[in-house]
Design a protein. Structure first.
Length: 95
């Protein structure tokens, strides 16, 4: 499925997908000053969220994703990935 704002395809099966515009690429160097990787900073211009992972009965202008339904996977490095274990809800302090 194509994106709606940027000219790029997107993974239609993804429960959550972001359309982004490049803001900045920051090279990261080692102690010898040689570039080893880059940090990519992008601005999100559109978000696609499958209704199947949205928390019911919330303000749809600010949808909340049910992470237990989303079942996200995170890359730790190399070929190592992780999935969610126990979830802990810690409210943010009011300032």
């Amino acid at each position: 499925e194509d994106c709606q704002v940027v000219r790029a395809p997107r993974v239609g099966q993804a429960a959550v997908a972001y359309e982004c515009r490049l803001h900045q690429v920051i090279p990261v160097t080692n102690d010898d000053g040689q570039p080893t990787t880059e940090i990519v900073v992008a601005r999100i211009v559109r978000v696609h969220v499958d209704d199947a992972v949205v928390v019911p009965d919330v303000d749809l202008s600010k949808p909340q994703v049910d992470t237990t339904k989303l079942k996200p996977i995170g890359r730790l490095g190399g070929n190592i990935y992780t999935s969610l274990g126990d979830l802990v809800d810690i409210p943010r302090p009011k300032v």
